[in-house]
Write a protein that binds this ligand. Structure first.
Ligand code: GH3
Ligand code: MG
Ligand code: MG
Length: 306
């Protein structure tokens, strides 16, 4: 199996062991070296793909580094392989208890070391890929409904801590069944992709989040944005979809080469905003935006409804 070059944080204070380790691993991997606990804790900021951790680091214990990794949501998925001499079963048990994935004994056996390192790197890459796929809408590449469910409460709590408002914009294509029926499903797909990329262009990529939550429905979450800000963005989105749909759909052009000149795509939009409060469910925000979207449809479509 071919492995791409990964970044491994090696935490080891014994120069001889370090040299041996480096000799075995440096050809396939990029090594970040720490010879004490403090340096290791600082180097965690580099977000290595795997950590090889000697449990004996002079005065300090390697277990400190391990527990720090496992306590940090940003780092806890990094596999930690502990290094020890073969007789210290208590320490191995403790390392497993704190979340190590496996251990390696000194002196190093080249095959065992390489196999364990590569196995856990491969497993961690596959887990990350699965996680990403589970949270991404395959057609648009946007985050999906599952991701909305996960991020909404987190964002809401963060805004509540900062005593800030949060807005939600709900978007649904107008008469989209007609596009599918008249032009066919591939053109319908290209239309959904077009609306998804138009939304991504309209929002602030550093703070706002765009989701495709189902068929022809999208949600934009705007942390820190009040009602008037959301209304303004809603109108920008509505207008941009209407105007740019008259040009060729870029994604359709790339894949199928067809032009949709002459088809006017429009969206209806519901807006809601509220001051984030911990004791109030953020689902109310989504429900309000959904109710407003329903009103926008009732009002004749191609409309932003507050
Ligand atoms: P309205 O203005 O009331 O929203 O009318 P509409 O025709 O857009 O109705 P609705 O939003 O209920 O229809 C959504 C349609 O989207 C139904 C389904 O056939 C179509 N659809 C859902 N997912 C996909 C997809 O991935 N690709 C394509 N091409 N069509 C899809
Ligand atoms: Mg629709
Ligand atoms: Mg719909």
């Amino acid at each position: 199996m071919i492995f791409e070059r990964s970044r491994i944080l090696v935490v080891e204070d014994d120069p001889t062991s370090l040299r041996m380790l480096a000799e075995i691993l440096r050809h396939e991997h990029e090594l970040i070296i720490a010879t004490n606990c403090n340096d290791a804790l600082k180097l965690l900021a580099e977000k290595p793909d795997l950590i090889l951790l000697d449990l004996y680091l002079g005065e300090s214990k390697g277990i400190e580094v391990l527990s720090r990794v496992k306590a940090d949501p940003e780092l806890q998925d990094i596999p930690v392989l502990c290094v020890t001499s073969s007789t210290e079963t208590n320490d191995i048990e403790e390392a497993f208890h704190f979340g190590a994935v496996d251990y390696i004994t000194k002196p190093y056996n080249e095959i065992i070391l390489q196999s364990k390192v590569n196995t856990f790197l491969d497993l961690s890459r596959k887990t990350a890929l699965l996680h990403e796929q589970a949270n991404t809408d395959a057609l648009t590449g946007l985050s999906n409904r599952r991701q909305l469910d996960a991020q909404l409460p987190q964002l809401w709590l963060r805004m509540a801590d900062e005593a800030k408002p949060m807005a939600a914009i709900m978007i649904d294509l107008d008469d989209f069944k007609g596009v599918n029926d008249y032009f066919g499903h591939p053109v319908g797909d290209a239309t959904i992709k077009f609306v998804g990329s138009t939304l991504a262009q309209c929002v602030d990529p550093f703070s706002d989040l765009v989701f495709r939550i189902g068929g022809d429905e999208f949600v934009v979450l705007l942390p820190g944005v009040d009602f008037s800000g959301a209304l303004k963005l809603g109108e920008t989105i509505r207008e941009k979809v209407e105007v740019s749909s008259l040009d060729m759909l870029p994604s359709a052009g790339e894949e199928g080469g067809f032009r949709l000149s002459g088809i006017e795509i429009t969206v209806s939009i519901g807006i809601a905003s509220a001051l984030a409060i911990k004791t109030v469910s953020p689902l109310l925000l989504i429900e309000k935006a959904d109710a407003a979207l329903y009103q926008a449809k009732e009002a004749g479509r191609n409309t932003v409804y507050p």
